[in-house]
Design a protein around this ligand. Structure first.
Ligand SMILES: Cc1cc2nc3c(=O)[nH]c(=O)nc-3n(C[C@H](O)[C@H](O)[C@H](O)COP(=O)(O)OP(=O)(O)OC[C@H]3O[C@@H](n4cnc5c(N)ncnc54)[C@H](O)[C@@H]3O)c2cc1C
Length: 388
């Protein structure tokens, strides 16, 4: 019988986290003062040099901070990592170089990589030297990952990859991809069979990236084409043909963090700033409602982080946070726009909010697609609750 329980443990952030929060804030304030990035600019990728920033974050011990010391990690808690993610996201800090590797590629390598790969790759992630992308979606297989067709064919000493991945965020800037490729056909009994996870060096001959422009103006996406790209045997991560068994916990990490409801948060802070110290009752009530919703989401997200820390697998709870969180951040620009209509200000003063709203409105549609669509997540939740 499947487990149909739904639990959000009432976890609070301990004092060690609050001390780390203060440290993070002062680090970020220094970076802002130095001109590394503009906290009022939500286009985090626009920062002049994300690579140098990553190295300074690394020097603080904040990349791979939960990983084993043997690979350069600090063996700190997921709750501490939570606080850093939150502070860096709220500040619009340029975390693009290391965020994917820190959140999911590194943990996947720790779990499924050979000792040689771990010793080579993990310390370089921890130093902020290498960037990762995720090669899952393909034309014709997004939500239905198990329909992936890009082939890895066995050859002497490794595999030849042929096919196309799509929507691969930051592939053009990345040093490595963790990609899902077809090593055999699905079986009658198990259509999930036949996919294998590989560590792919992006400089490999036979890999090309074609950038895709998003409607927000970002050039973050790519179509990645593989033509006889050779990947050595020791770059296989985990079981050949059995990658489907490896995905579940990784998705709980990917789906429940504060980055899943803070992507348009800047319009809320800018609204509060624009309202000033004496907002009218109706505006204050509107902001209060949004903040109360955010607070609840955050409690749920912290709870999932705490359950992951305790070694549980809160897959359904993580999906609920992702579903509710992305709907909230998606609706935020239009909610803020409505409340901003009550602000009486001299012309010109609303400019930052106006600009930010214009950008957030164009970013909003993607929020319920990336990391698993709303409809698919609801299917996962329903199954987890034993309803389908
Ligand atoms: C900003 C952004 C960044 C991304 N970055 C990456 C990345 O780095 N790497 C990567 O591999 N992918 C990435 N993706 C791709 C993303 O994961 C897929 O777009 C997503 O999984 C949906 O797949 P699809 O576009 O093929 O749509 P489809 O799967 O074709 O879905 C189309 C519609 O049908 C619905 N649908 C599909 N199946 C079901 C079902 N079983 N039940 C109910 N409804 C269903 C969906 O909800 C959706 O509304 C990114 C996407 C975005 C928007």
């Amino acid at each position: 019988m499947s487990d149909t329980s739904l639990t959000f443990d009432p976890i609070r952030l301990p004092e060690t986290c609050q001390a780390l929060r203060r440290e993070a804030r002062s680090f970020l304030a220094e970076e802002i003062a130095k001109g590394t990035f503009d906290p009022n600019n939500p286009r985090r990728g626009d920062a002049a040099d994300g690579r140098e920033f990553a190295k300074r974050v690394a020097a603080k011990g904040w990349i791979g901070m939960t990983w084993p010391k043997q690979y350069g990690g600090r063996e700190r808690s997921f709750l501490e990592r939570y606080v850093l993610t939150e502070e860096f996201r709220i500040a619009n800090a340029p975390t693009g170089v290391y965020f994917t590797a820190d959140r999911q590629s590194g943990p996947t390598i720790i779990k499924y990589g050979s000792e040689k790969i771990k010793a080579d790759i993990l310390p370089r992630i921890v130093k902020g030297e290498i960037q990762f992308c995720i090669g899952m979606s393909e034309p014709g297989s997004g939500s239905d990952l198990f329909a992936a067709k890009t082939k890895a064919t066995k050859t002497d000493g490794g595999y030849l990859i042929n096919g196309t991945k799509i929507w691969t965020s930051n592939a053009h800037k990345s040093d490595y991809m963790i990609g899902l490729f077809r090593t055999s056909a699905p079986t009658k009994e198990n259509r999930r069979h036949g996919l294998t996870s590989f560590l792919v060096p992006m400089k490999t001959k036979g890999i090309s990236c074609n950038q895709i422009r998003q409607m927000s103006g970002q050039n973050e996406f790519n179509e990645v084409v593989f033509q006889d790209a050779f990947i050595p045997d020791d770059h296989v991560l985990g079981e050949i043909d059995g990658a489907w068994k490896q995905a579940t916990t990784e998705l709980a990490y990917e789906r429940s963090g504060p980055e899943r409801f803070l992507e348009t948060y800047y319009v809320l802070t800018e609204l509060v700033r624009a309202m000033g110290n004496n907002p009218d009752t109706r505006s204050a009530e509107g902001v209060g409602r949004l903040v109360a919703q955010l607070h609840t989401l955050r409690r749920m997200s912290v709870s999932v982080a705490g359950m992951l820390e305790a070694g549980k697998e809160p897959v359904v709870e993580a999906s609920i946070v992702k579903d509710m969180g992305t709907l909230w951040e998606q609706a935020l620009p239009s909610n803020v726009r409505t409340l901003a209509a009550f602000i009486e200000q001299e012309p010109g003063n609303q400019m930052p909010l106006k600009k930010q709203l214009a950008y957030a409105t164009k970013v909003a549609p993607k929020l319920t697609i990336q990391g698993g669509t709303t409809e698919v997540l609801r299917g996962v939740i329903a199954r987890g609750l034993g309803l389908r």
